[in-house]
Write a protein that binds this ligand. Structure first.
Ligand code: GLN
Length: 204
C-alpha cells in the first residue's frame, strides 16, 4: 500500500490526511525522523513557514528531510509548504529545504487580495477548472528552467501570469490549498507522481 507522510508539526495536516484517506491511501503524520522511514511521498501542508522551520530545527528534521528529497522521494508543498521547499525565500529567517528551483515572496499578493479564491485552468488536471483557495499565499517571483508551470493567475496590473502550481521532477508545489476543498484532483495528481517514481525505482 502507498504510504504518504504528512508533516504534522503545525498547520492543516489533518485536511491533507482526510483527502488522502478518501483516495484510499495510507496517511502517516510525521513529527520525527523515524516517521520518515519507508514513505512513498511527503506532503508539507499549509500553515506558517517560520513556525515549520523552527519546529523542523527543534525536531532535528532538516537533515532527514533533505536526505529524503535527495533520494528522489516525491514531495508536495501547499502554501507554507511551497515556501519550505523553495530554493529561495528571501526574508525567511531559516534555511529552506532547497528542493524546488523557485523564488518565493511571502505574503506578497496585494493587501486587498491577501486571501482570495480563483477558478484556475490546470490542463494537467483536465478541462474542468480547479477552484483554488489562497490564504496569505506566497508569490512565485522566479522559476528555473527545469520548473514546469501547471497553473497561473493573471496579475491585473501587469497582465502577466504568476505561477501558482509548479512541478520540478517529482516535487510539486501549489501556493493555494487543495486540501481545503472537496476536489481531490491535485491529491490524485500527486499520487500519480508517487506511483511513477515507485515504478522508476523498483527493481526490474
Ligand atoms: N503566509 C504563510 C507563510 O508565510 C503561509 C500561509 C499559508 O500556508 N496559508 O508561511
Amino acid at each position: 500500500m502507498t504510504t504518504i507522510g504528512v508533516l504534522a508539526l503545525q498547520g492543516d495536516f489533518i485536511e491533507h490526511e482526510a483527502a488522502l484517506r478518501r483516495l484510499g491511501v495510507d496517511a502517516r503524520e510525521v513529527r520525527t525522523p523515524e516517521e520518515l522511514r519507508g514513505l512513498d511521498g511527503l506532503i508539507i501542508p499549509g500553515g506558517e513557514s517560520t513556525t515549520f522551520c523552527r519546529l523542523m530545527a527543534d525536531f532535528a528534521l532538516y537533515e532527514p528531510l533533505r536526505a529524503l528529497l535527495a533520494a528522489g522521494v516525491p514531495a508536495w508543498g501547499t502554501c507554507a509548504g511551497m515556501i519550505v521547499l523553495a530554493c529561495q525565500a528571501p526574508g525567511l529567517d531559516f534555511p529552506t529545504l532547497e528542493a524546488l528551483d523557485i523564488e518565493v515572496l511571502r505574503n506578497a499578493y496585494g493587501r486587498q487580495v491577501q486571501s482570495f479564491e480563483a477558478d484556475l485552468d490546470v490542463p494537467a488536471l483536465g478541462e474542468q477548472p480547479f477552484h483554488a483557495v489562497f490564504i496569505r499565499a506566497p508569490v512565485v517571483a522566479g522559476a528555473g528552467p527545469g520548473v514546469e508551470v501547471l497553473a497561473g493567475v493573471r496579475d491585473e496590473r501587469s497582465g502577466r501570469e504568476t505561477p501558482v502550481a509548479v512541478r520540478q521532477g517529482c516535487v510539486l508545489a501549489t501556493s493555494f490549498h487543495p486540501e481545503l476543498t472537496d476536489d481531490t484532483r491535485f491529491h490524485q495528481y500527486f499520487l500519480e507522481i508517487v506511483r511513477g517514481a515507485g515504478r522508476a525505482s523498483s527493481p526490474k
